[in-house]
Design a protein around this ligand. Sequence first.
Ligand code: NAG
Length: 363
Amino acid sequence: MAPLWSKLLLLSFLQCVISDDVSRESEFIWDVNGYVIFCPCMGRFGNQADHYLGGLAFAKSLNRTLILPPWRTYKNVPFDEWFKVEQIRKYHRVILADDFMKYLAPKYWPVGKRIGWCWLPSNTKETCKMKEGNPFGPFWDGLGVDFDEYMIYQISFHDTELWRWGKLYPPADHPVMAFKGAPARFPIQEHHVHLQQYLEWSDAIEGEAQQYVDDTFHGEPYVGIHLRNGGDWVNACAHVEGGTKYMASPQCMGYQNTEPLTKEICYPSEETILRQVKNAVLKTNAKHIFVATDKNPMIKELEQHLKEQKVKVHHLDPWLPLIDLAILGKSDHFIGNCVSSFTAFVKRHRDVHDLPSSFWSRS
Ligand SMILES: *[C@@H]1O[C@H](CO)[C@@H](O)[C@H](O)[C@H]1NC(C)=O
């Protein structure tokens, strides 16, 4: 039998846990103006970030609290593992998804009353496939959500349609809108780009990136570059020629662009890359180049081309691509790929902090 003191210890421990929960519960007051949540289920981090900011703007325009969905990798990553909640709260009311599920859902969005929202054409016989496939199923499973009913809608997330959402779906009748995908367009709309300022790295991400910068560059200037050159990108760029808009391209071509895209913008040649990096190195007097890539970091080619300048080329290839993003965000100059949403995240971040950037083939 366990001695009395250990039982007492256990008891007081449990009491602590319980009273902690109770005191946290009072932090969360139900918002009568309703909630929005969505699965950031499209693509990897760059695409998700575009969608996330659009979803944030959507919640604000409906004056509903945004339930901050987890980011999606091979698992759900709570929003606050990567970004600060206080910062995003400066823009709009938000609550972490885990807090919502723990403190508000049991009472206000109980099992049996969970409605999944999907866009489908009006004459379809299909139903809403909220949890079919990956990442949809695992995403909602991670939050412990099953859907009991479905709401099919035909309105878009275009600005001119926004008023219809509030009119058709008042919060009293539809307290929680749980969308299959982000209530947003891709790429991010022009007037939402500034929302990047509300995404501030968590202390963990910031600390890890800063540590690398300090240890590697010793306070010397460095040029950050993003080389998107994996096999999937070869395919993605095969048909860009002639089009005026492709994935994140409005970030360098402009949102009203009529000029045709070129292969060089999407998949720059080695010659273009070496020339632009050299120019940036000369201009910033950089002693280092930091390369983020999904495939080929071109270390030998860069070192060879910049022999005279004696620059060192670094390639971290971190387990978490966000570390690359944070390091690129701090460089003295950044050169990225205009079509890539990974680049777009860095570019927006640098614009917020007044740091210079350019694009391959588009200086
Ligand atoms: C927006 O929602 C908040 C919280 O429910 C409420 O206090 C505020 O009055 C609402 N604003 C408008 C313009 O309805």
